[in-house]
Design a protein around this ligand. Structure first.
Ligand SMILES: C[S@@+](CC[C@H](N)C(=O)[O-])C[C@H]1O[C@@H](n2cnc3c(N)ncnc32)[C@H](O)[C@@H]1O
Length: 191
């Protein structure tokens, strides 16, 4: 049996972890977080309503995530992030803005998608500025890979969308190639 550790798309950096972010992780995570579980979850039940469900992978410090959720109260948003300061920052924004349509899963997106989210359960997926991993020897860590995109497509409802943005030309070209190779996707942006 192979015992290779999984190739991760992130490295947990130390970075600055403010007391407000630490406090949020301790006290707000139980309220606005969804704990990782190996069993699938029912998102309509989590939010207590039937509404479109949008997943964001790698919400970073969460400003864009919170702003989009505030502007679309008719939709429910689930953010996935592994970086503790970012998780704390987003939790504080959810609390401050009183957002009832945004939750965070503090875990690696891959097992979350594989185990928690069921097929055809998402209306949209956002991946904004994923880590570019510019060095050739690190390209295998890039999130946008054929297997991962295939997993994303399985979790999207028919007609659902995948919105990816990057400001790294080389990653954009790579992503375009991977996305164009996925039969279930139609490119609605210009190349
Ligand atoms: C370059 S940052 C971009 C953050 C944000 N989307 C933005 O535009 O500012 C990429 C983020 O993705 C997160 N990330 C990378 N791989 C992840 C994974 N497998 N699961 C969850 N988060 C991940 C990192 O921790 C980091 O916060």
């Amino acid at each position: 049996m192979s015992s290779h550790p999984p190739i991760r798309s992130y490295v947990l950096r130390q970075g600055h972890f403010s007391s407000a972010q630490r406090h949020a992780c301790e006290f707000l995570l139980p309220r606005y977080g969804i704990a990782f579980t190996e069993a699938s979850i029912e998102l309509n039940q989590v939010f207590g309503r039937t509404a479109p469900k949008i997943l964001e992978i790698g919400s970073g410090m969460g400003e864009t995530t919170a702003e989009i959720a505030a502007q679309h109260p008719d939709k429910d948003f689930v953010a996935i992030e592994v970086h503790a300061p970012g998780i704390g920052s987003l939790l504080n924004q959810i609390e401050k803005r009183g957002l009832t349509n945004l939750r965070i899963i503090p875990h690696d997106a891959k097992p979350v998608l594989q185990q928690m989210l069921i097929d055809a359960s998402l209306d949209g997926i956002h991946i904004f500025f994923p880590d570019p991993w510019p060095k050739a020897r690190h390209h295998k860590r890039r999130l946008i890979q054929p297997d991962f995109v295939s997993l994303l497509c399985s979790r999207l409802k028919p007609g659902g969308y995948l919105h990816i943005a990057t400001d790294w030309e080389d990653y954009a070209i790579h992503s375009l190639h991977v996305l164009n190779s996925e039969q279930r996707l139609i490119n609605t942006a210009t190349d």
